[in-house]
Every structure is written in structure tokens, then in C-alpha cells.
Design a protein around this ligand. Structure first.
Ligand SMILES: [Zn+2]
Length: 142
């Protein structure tokens, strides 16, 4: 397949069309900046396994390191079992704070409503492990 690179146009995978600039170098520079910006918009946090960025994709939040298999799937049974979803906000808290506070959870088993924290840790194979923790009663500190 022919590419239009020779005449100073360059194809951007993530861009619908071609971006014309004076030189091929200029195009590449602009595209690199564009890709960086696009990638930055999808960075949710740092991978707890390897420290690389975790990127939001269609089916979940995946480590950008090809050799690392860390992923938080949007279709997540642990969260579904308490009536919650792995949203970007949830993934954000988990990756950046190691925990997320969830209110109005509903136990699929008992139907009870509750609030809790869900802590994220890694198992021996560096896969995400979730654990429910109940908030401690508020204490006045004065
Ligand atoms: Zn990773």
C-alpha cells in the first residue's frame, strides 16, 4: 500500500485524515505532540505492578507496558456483585489512592445496602485483588 509520506503528508493512525505541514519533520513533531495529548487524556494513573501509565480503553483500564498484564476490566464481577461498576472514577481512585469509597452498594446475595471502601492490592501474580473494608465510625478529634 502506498503512503503519502513522500509529498510531505503523513498518516496519523488516530486522526481521521492527513495533516499537512511544511516538512515531514514538522508533521512528525506535530503528530507526536497530538498523540501525547491524546494519550494523556486517557491516562488514569500509574500501574501498581510496574509503574507505567494505565490507559483507559474500551473494555477496561490497561497498563501501557506491553510486558505487563495489569488490567482493571470494566466488566468486573467483584464490583457487579455489590451493584457497582468499574468506572473511570473508580479506577482513578484505586490507582491513585489504592482504595475507593463506594456508597449505596447493594449486596446481590442479601439485598442489603451498605457503604464500604474497596482496597486494591496485587496477588502473587500481580493481578488485581479487591477487598471490602468497612469505614470506621466517625470520631471527633478536637
Ligand atoms: Zn504495569
Amino acid at each position: 500500500m502506498g503512503t503519502p509520506e513522500d509529498d510531505g503528508w503523513i498518516n496519523a493512525e488516530d486522526y481521521d485524515g492527513y495533516i499537512p505541514f511544511e516538512s515531514k519533520e514538522e508533521n512528525e513533531k506535530r503528530l507526536a505532540a497530538l498523540h501525547e495529548k491524546q494519550a494523556a487524556a486517557n491516562i488514569v494513573g500509574d500501574c501498581p505492578a510496574c509503574g507505567t501509565h494505565v490507559i483507559e480503553r474500551e473494555k477496561g483500564f490497561f497498563c501501557d507496558n506491553m510486558e505487563c498484564h495489569f488490567a482493571l476490566w470494566k466488566n468486573n464481577r467483584f464490583f457487579q456483585a455489590i451493584g457497582k461498576e468499574m468506572t473511570r472514577e473508580v479506577a482513578d481512585d484505586l490507582l491513585n489512592c489504592g482504595t475507593v469509597k463506594l456508597e449505596n452498594c447493594v449486596s446481590k446475595r442479601t439485598g442489603n445496602k451498605f457503604s464500604c471502601y474497596v482496597d486494591l492490592t496485587l496477588d502473587e501474580e500481580e493481578r488485581p485483588h479487591f477487598e471490602i473494608r468497612f469505614p470506621q465510625k466517625k470520631r471527633r478529634r478536637e
